[in-house]
Write a protein that binds this ligand. Structure first.
Ligand code: XXG
Ligand code: FE2
Length: 363
């Protein structure tokens, strides 16, 4: 697809096995104003501070038992510095290092970890240009699940997933399948062109989604809320505090994943999704759900249009030296050029216009 994709993934002879990835563990974001970011993530969203230093905040949601699932670091350019995955055993960090070296990707090992609360880890700049980290050793902290005395309305439980924008969607899906992810849902056209894909390690719809577009860029990170009313409570809080401009899209019900959702933008424009009630995908024969890119309900089950900024804007990512990774353009058709939600070019009920539609009829 592009000259910069390092080597063909399909059919390649490999000697290293991929690491056994458990889940998306934490994200490190660079923010331009740590105090403003603290107000957003701690005061508005209710994340708990595990550790605070003059230039960094280590935050976690209420069900997290490892040190953090979000690191905010003060820096000159807002960006995503790392997308970090927890692996099953300490040896899986070695496996990750060997695997990415074999892919000819830049790798960096830190036996004491790259951030507080995490031990031996390897960071890589992956074939798509994203800074991935793999770690096993962690500092455990109090899991606050039953500390209802600390819960507020809108309490967030877990880090659920990240969504990455890449021009290399086909090879990107193959690369992620190569490191053990499984596709649960995707969006395609009738020519088979993929516009987005959702891939999992933990038994939910995803840990990682790939969105076709100019990249590498981080589209969003998503926190899971226990129930829909937690998401609505955050909408109400933002309204009451006259911060409704943080809300970019939603609340709504996704088509893909079936989750209830809300997208927010933090003070630097990093996008954060609040997400709840997707479904179990852990069986080995879990069927892949493929959506037609012209289906109005694929991204919002109620047919609400997707705002253009949601397709266009995303956070730059940093390489292993902390420099922004150059963004490349997608050459395949872009989804927003095909349809933006219920825009009149797509369908809600296929064939309905010709034959009429009755309530209760199976589509
Ligand atoms: O987590 C997600 C998303 O990637 O944020 C977007 C699940 C579904 C969708 S979509 O907008 O496609 O419904
Ligand atoms: Fe998402």
């Amino acid at each position: 697809m592009t000259a910069s994709f390092p080597e063909p993934v399909e059919g390649q002879a490999r000697s290293s096995l991929p690491p056994d990835i458990l889940r998306c563990g934490y994200v490190e974001l660079v923010v331009s104003d740590l105090a403003a970011a603290r107000e957003f993530y701690v005061d508005l969203l209710g994340l708990v501070i595990t550790k605070e230093t003059p230039d960094a905040l280590y935050l976690r949601t209420l069900e997290e038992f490892i040190h953090h699932n979000l690191v905010l670091r003060q820096g000159p350019v807002p960006a995503a510095a790392a997308i970090a995955f927890r692996v099953r055993r300490p040896e899986d960090v070695d496996a990750a290092e060997a695997y990415y070296r074999e892919l000819a990707c830049p790798t960096r090992r830190s036996p004491d970890g790259f951030v507080d609360g995490i031990g031996d880890a390897v960071r890589v700049l992956d074939p798509l240009g994203f800074p991935y980290e793999f770690f096993h050793e962690v500092e455990h902290v109090e899991r606050l699940t039953r500390r209802y005395d600390l819960h507020r309305t809108g309490a967030l439980a877990r880090l659920d997933h990240v969504n990455q924008v890449t021009p290399d969607l086909g090879p990107g899906i193959a690369y992620l399948e190569g490191i053990g992810f499984r596709v649960t849902e995707d969006i395609r056209d009738d020519q088979g062109v993929a516009y987005a894909a959702w891939l999992r390690r933990k038994p939910t719809v995803h840990d990682v989604a790939l969105t076709g577009g100019d990249g590498p860029r981080l589209h969003h990170l998503a926190f899971a809320a226990p129930e829909q009313h937690h998401v609505l409570a955050i909408c109400d809080r933002l309204g009451a505090l006259r911060r409704s401009d943080c809300i970019e899209r939603g609340p709504g019900r996704h088509g893909v994943s079936n989750a209830f959702y809300l997208y927010l933008r933090d003070p630097d424009g990093h996008r954060v999704e609040l997400y709840t009630q997707d479904y179990y995908t852990g069986d080995p024969d879990n069927p892949v759900v493929t959506w037609d890119v012209h289906d109005n309900q694929r991204r919002d089950w109620w047919g609400n249009p997707v705002v253009p900024s949601w397709y266009a804007e995303a956070s730059v990512v940093l390489d292993l030296d902390g420099n922004p990774v150059p963004v490349r353009q997608r050459s395949d058709p872009a989804e927003e050029a095909v349809t933006v939600g219920a825009d009149g070019f797509s369908y809600t009920r296929q064939g309905e216009a010709e034959r009429g539609f009755k309530v209760g009829e199976q589509l």
